[in-house]
Design a protein around this ligand. Structure first.
Ligand code: PHE
Length: 342
């Protein structure tokens, strides 16, 4: 029996597997239920007591050696496998960065405009881009054949009855007045379309935010104060505004709003064409005829409306000189706005 044990010890020491699976086969052969060690333990039961001590020690030695050898071989093989799979990994290569997208400057500015007016209690209203004549023109006091329709060159989809691409988001205001009783306080951001030649200063597609406030006793002073608040929030606390008389069919009186040039501080520069002022929006008191067209009693209610181009505000805010950049989606342009909030 002692020879058998010594022989097994020798085999354990000489065991040099070439693959990991040989270790497992060896373990089963040695330590498994029907393995060599169990066979020896069986035999040990029948050994005369005077030999038990020495033989028992020898068997334990064999058992421990086998366990140690198997564990040692296992770790060796694991390390080898890891090394093999790592051999293609070059830790010195630069990593591939996960490119994060950024918000489009038009979205940034639209969100900011919406946020400023929400703080004054306005809610956002939406409407279709393909409109009928009523919501874009007739309800807004543009009589048929009136020359004011030429102020906004229109893309027509169908004639008689006219279906067209909205030229301003005032159409959303009409839809809101038709649906809702005063008090009304909405802003209408959206895409608008005008049949204009594309240049650095004009595009046939652009974005507007228009606003409408209708309640009892709304005055021109309320309009002026709301726009002053907007200008200070948007362009800085030191900004001032001035109103110039203007004309829109749907407002009376009407005005155009200038904000003090935030680039030169009003001293005069290229951007403000040395006037110190930048035009930012149109506005006015809603014409009573517009209120009546949407079923609102013009003797009880009054209101103001205003409208601005988002591209223009974004140009002034970010110093962008060419409107076409907003539509080209060149990432070198867009990435400059990565850190802008909104
Ligand atoms: N709808 C006008 C435009 O697109 C802007 C405007 C809105 C002017 C409301 C006055 C009042 O030019």
């Amino acid at each position: 029996m002692i020879d058998k044990i010594n022989d097994l010890i020798g085999r354990v020491r000489e065991f040099h597997p070439t693959a990991a699976k040989e270790i497992e086969e060896f373990r089963i052969r040695m330590l498994g239920k029907k393995g060599e060690l169990n066979a020896i333990f069986e035999e040990f039961k029948r050994v005369a007591p005077e030999f038990k001590r020495e033989l028992g020690q020898r068997i334990n030695e064999l058992k421990n050696l086998t366990n140690e050898r198997i564990n040692e071989l296992r770790t060796q093989f694991e390390e080898k496998e890891n090394a093999a799979s790592d051999s293609t990994l070059d830790m010195t290569r630069p990593g591939t960065a996960d490119e994060l997208g950024s918000r489009h400057p038009i979205s940034i500015v639209r969100n900011e405009i919406v946020s400023i007016f929400s703080r004054m209690g306005y809610t956002v209203a939406d409407g279709p881009e393909i409109e009928d004549d009523w919501h874009v023109f007739s309800a807004l006091n543009f009589p048929p054949e009136h020359p004011a329709r030429d102020m906004q060159d229109t893309f027509f989809i169908e004639k008689n009855p006219d279906i067209l691409l909205r030229t301003h988001t005032s159409s959303i205001q009409v839809r809101t007045m038709e649906r809702q009783k005063p008090p009304i306080r909405v802003i209408c951001p959206g895409r608008v379309f005008r049949n204009e030649a594309i240049s650095a200063r004009a595009h046939c597609i652009f974005h507007q935010v228009e606003g409408l406030y209708i309640d009892e006793n709304v005055s021109f002073a309320d309009l002026k104060q709301s726009i002053l608040y907007f200008a200070k929030e948007m362009f800085g606390e030191s900004s001032t505004i001035r109103l110039r008389p203007s004309y829109f069919p749907f407002t009376e009186p009407s005005a155009e709003v200038d904000v003090s040039c935030n680039l030169c501080g009003g001293k005069g520069c290229n951007v403000c064409k040395h006037t110190g002022w930048l035009e930012i929006m149109g506005c006015g008191m809603v014409d009573p005829a517009v209120l009546e067209a949407s079923g609102i009693d013009s003797r009880k209610y009054s209101g103001f409306a205003f409208g601005m181009g988002i591209e223009r505000i974004a140009m002034l805010k970010f110093g962008v000189r060419d409107l076409r950049l907003y539509f080209e989606n060149d990432v070198r342009f867009l990435h400059q706005f990565d850190s802008a909030i909104g």
